[in-house]
Design a protein around this ligand. Structure first.
Ligand code: NAD
Length: 260
């Protein structure tokens, strides 16, 4: 479905972004992966994508807090592949703290990575999509784009901001065959989530099952994690012709969380 197209996926060295990058490669797209991590591990993923799916995959180490590095990442993709057809804004971090103790630099960092980076990537990638008369912008938002939880002020503010950005850009390009949507997952089983379990077991004197069910999945009625492959499948669907009328939406994949 995506042969001869190029997808840039920010924050794709692990978790949801990596699953989306692989799924897009599986559809034949050339891929730009991005994010931080061990250089050897990233190179293994990059070359693995090329050999497994027979596409080109390049790595950009652009820091999503730096507008000039973001612009260079998109310009490099334009130069290498002609244009960015699919842009997935996925990089994100979290910090949990009461607002009166929230470190100022953490607030700035979360707003930069989880919100402003999407402004910068979209701003740089849209001219190429307009030129080609086709494009897909997919933002990994969160259930926290729609509802709040205490102690996550920066994350919730940034994700609500992504909802506004998604809707606004969708309207601006509605007649140019470019769709703009946000996927809003609840808790997704990623290394980030898995890593929280041992400490929480100790802190709360709970079993692994209790931590999953009563802490992590407290708000998720299905009591099951969303999987990265489910999120990736939604991203692929959004790239299809069948999804060409879906734009400006917040697509909840949260096991019923935001239905409450
Ligand atoms: P993750 O930690 O596995 O992946 C985050 C990615 O972002 C990594 O590749 C990391 O290197 C990259 N990154 C972090 N800071 C960066 C920076 N300054 N510049 C470039 N890349 C940077 O996390 P994940 O769970 O896969 O999260 C991916 C997205 O999904 C985030 O936007 C997150 O908010 C969202 N999300 C996650 C969940 C969940 O439960 N895991 C739920 C809803 C939404």
């Amino acid at each position: 479905m995506l042969a001869n197209k190029t997808a840039v996926v920010t924050g794709s060295t692990s978790g949801i972004g990596l699953a989306i990058a692989k799924a897009m490669a599986g559809e034949g797209a050339n891929i730009v992966i991005n994010g931080f991590g061990d250089a050897n591990a990233i190179e293994k993923e990059r070359s693995g994508i090329e050999s497994e799916y027979g596409v080109k995959c390049v790595y950009s180490g652009a820091d999503m807090t730096k507008p000039d590095e973001i612009a260079a990442m998109i310009a490099d993709a334009d130069k290498e592949f002609g244009a960015v057809d699919v842009l997935v804004n996925n990089a994100g971090i979290q910090h949990v703290s009461p607002i009166d103790e929230f470190p100022i630099e953490k607030w700035d960092q979360i707003i930069a990575i989880n919100l402003s980076s999407s402004f910068h990537t979209i701003r740089a990638a849209l001219p190429g999509m307009k030129r080609k008369g086709w494009g897909r912008i997919i933002n990994t938002a969160s259930a926290h784009a729609l509802v709040a939880s205490p102690f996550k002020s920066a994350y919730v503010a940034a994700k609500h901001g992504i909802a506004g950005l998604t809707k606004t850009v969708a309207l601006e390009v509605a007649q140019q065959k470019i769709t703009v949507n946000a996927i809003c997952p609840g808790y997704v089983w990623t290394p980030l989530v898995e890593a929280q379990i041992p400490d929480t077991m100790k802190a709360r004197n709970m079993t692994e099952e209790q931590v999953k069910r009563d802490v992590l999945l407290a708000a998720q009625p299905t009591k099951e994690f969303v999987t990265v492959d489910q999120v990736a499948a939604m991203a692929i669907f959004l790239c299809s012709d069948a999804a060409s009328s879906i734009t400006g939406t917040m697509l909840q994949m949260d096991g019923g969380w935001t239905a409450q």
